[in-house]
Design a protein around this ligand. Structure first.
Ligand code: HEC
Length: 135
């Protein structure tokens, strides 16, 4: 009787960890190491942020929301949901990682490699940085 309980418990734990790992694998979107190390060549200036804001409002806000919270009108029905930059951005992800992701796209997230110049993508990243609440 006791052994049965232990086996049941062990089985359950195994199943739970498998699902957990699987779930993470599915949602994880990782940029390659060399992309993470890419430096943003455009200084964070008012002019750059202003340019980024214009692009963001035209191309990104629809999904990622005016305030970068991922709650844009076109984002609601998407799976996965558009990223909430207030939570994901900042210490955890480098500018280079964002640059790579914006260039490549994935699933509902479009690829902007051809649509935006490199400078335009960096300007958008400088604007994304304004959404982050630094502690
Ligand atoms: C059609 C909706 C849509 C538009 C338009 C869009 N995105 Fe996204 N974006 C998404 C979705 C959905 C994801 C999540 C993809 C995933 O995790 O698989 C995402 C993810 C991202 C990520 C990765 C964040 C992370 O934590 O991994 C960045 C950066 C990003 N978007 C920036 C932008 C920028 C900048 C623009 C405008 C130039 C833009 N997006 C336009 C839907 C969109």
């Amino acid at each position: 009787m006791k052994y049965q309980t232990i086996y049941l418990l062990a089985g359950f734990i195994l199943l739970a960890t498998t699902f957990w790992a699987f779930g993470h694998e599915k949602t994880g979107w990782m940029a390659p190491e060399e992309a993470k190390k890419m430096k943003n060549p455009i200084n964070i200036t008012k002019a750059s942020i202003q340019k980024g804001k214009k692009i963001y409002e035209k191309k990104c806000a629809l999904c990622h929301g005016d305030k970068g919270d991922g709650k844009g009108p076109a984002g609601a029905g998407l799976n996965p949901k558009p990223t909430n930059f207030k939570e994901s951005h900042g210490e955890k992800m480098t500018d280079g990682e964002h640059f790579w992701k914006i260039s490549k796209g994935k699933g509902p997230m479009p690829s902007y490699e051809k649509d935006l110049t490199a400078d335009e993508r960096w300007n958008v990243i400088n604007y994304l940085n304004t959404f982050v609440k630094h502690k």
